[in-house]
Design a protein around this ligand. Structure first.
Ligand SMILES: [Mg+2]
Length: 342
């Protein structure tokens, strides 16, 4: 028996080393919620929520108020029967980052209880993954300098934020490709383009001889027709991020043949929907990447173990702890940039 005794929430604040600029948003730091799941025998499991108002409509002040509700939901349940707890906590769909942290905290407590790491509980498919590093939107000079420093740190996959100015983005991408030969590019517009602008962007990039591995969320989150239009007019694979939160979103994207890739983030889906999405996307012969919000090492630990356990992802965009100032590293994984491993 490994019954849950209590669930505690704690607010932690982190600052970015540098302001993080994406379409219509500049972020200086993050307020994350640490979730501690204590069992009756004293074992504690940890998770972390990184709420996103932009993507999920979550405000920290609102979701941190769910501590009592979560206690009512799962105290007394046995983490050895964790599927039962995942099913009960699926009701937290309006606070998906909390759902993720609670569900992972349960897995972490189970892991500590039986002495088996979470990635092995989830399948143990891999022991090592490679993360990309993300570049903010900026002036051409800032973008070139950032690209250069990312390559110098040893990264082979660069995530390039675009979406505020089509001509500047095209110019920047071509310039970056010239000084980062051999790298792969994930380009993310964070909903910043119209469908026609997005097609113009990929057409010009293709004509310039630059290859993009994944083009993420070119258009608005609810514009499924727009995503589909871009997909069928783009030489590069198209990914849904903001459009793909729950398994039901993904079912619709698959039915509509709207994208080539799904970007799973635990902060959008929790563990339970993320597990479902992995199998749905595989069955549909589409591809997967995994991303993050502004998790610290405690929170990205969740995605590292999920990615290692399922082994399902072509690309890992799990760089937030590399961008946040953090006193103590709290991941149950090791870092050798650009690799995370156990
Ligand atoms: Mg994205």
């Amino acid at each position: 028996m490994a019954k849950i005794k209590s669930v505690k929430f704690k607010l932690n604040e982190f600052q970015y080393f540098r302001p993080f600029h994406i379409t219509n948003s500049v972020s200086y730091g993050s307020q994350n919620i640490e979730v501690a799941i204590e069992l009756e025998n004293g074992v504690v499991g940890y998770g972390e929520a990184s709420p996103s108002f932009r993507v999920n409509g979550e405000k920290v002040a609102a979701v941190i108020g769910l501590e009592g509700t979560v206690n009512e939901m799962i105290v007394g349940m046995d983490v050895r029967n964790y599927r039962q707890i995942l099913d009960v906590t699926d009701k937290l769909f309006a606070a998906p980052s909390i759902k993720a942290a609670v569900q992972y905290g349960v897995l972490d407590a189970f892991s500590e209880e039986i002495g088996v790491p979470v990635y092995q509980i989830l399948g143990g498919a891999k022991t090592k993954i490679e993360t990309d590093q993300t570049m903010s939107i900026g002036t051409l000079e800032e973008r070139i300098n950032e690209a250069r420093s990312i390559v110098e740190k040893g990264h082979n996959v660069i995530k390039i934020k675009v979406g505020e100015n089509l001509q500047e983005d095209i110019q920047a991408l071509i310039a970056i490709s010239q000084i980062t030969r051999g790298c792969k590019y994930i380009v993310d517009a964070n909903m910043g383009y119209t469908p026609k602008q997005a097609v113009k962007f990929v057409t010009e990039i293709y004509r310039a001889g630059v290859d993009i591995s994944v083009f993420e969320q070119p258009v608005g989150m609810h514009d499924i027709d727009g995503l589909k239009y871009v997909r069928w007019n783009s030489p590069f694979p198209i990914a849904a991020d903001e459009s793909a939160k729950s398994k039901y979103d993904v079912m619709k994207l698959i039915k509509e043949e709207a994208v080539d890739y799904i970007n799973i983030k635990l902060m959008k889906s929790g563990i339970s929907d993320a597990l479902a999405i992995v199998e749905m996307v595989k069955a549909a012969n589409l591809k997967l990447m995994i991303g993050c919000m502004a998790e610290s090492s405690l929170g990205i630990n969740q995605s590292v173990h999920f990615a290692l356990g399922t082994g399902a992802f072509d690309f890992h965009d799990l760089d937030s702890p590399l961008m946040l100032k953090e006193g103590t590293f709290r991941g149950k994984y090791k870092v050798d940039v650009p690799y995370y491993y156990v």
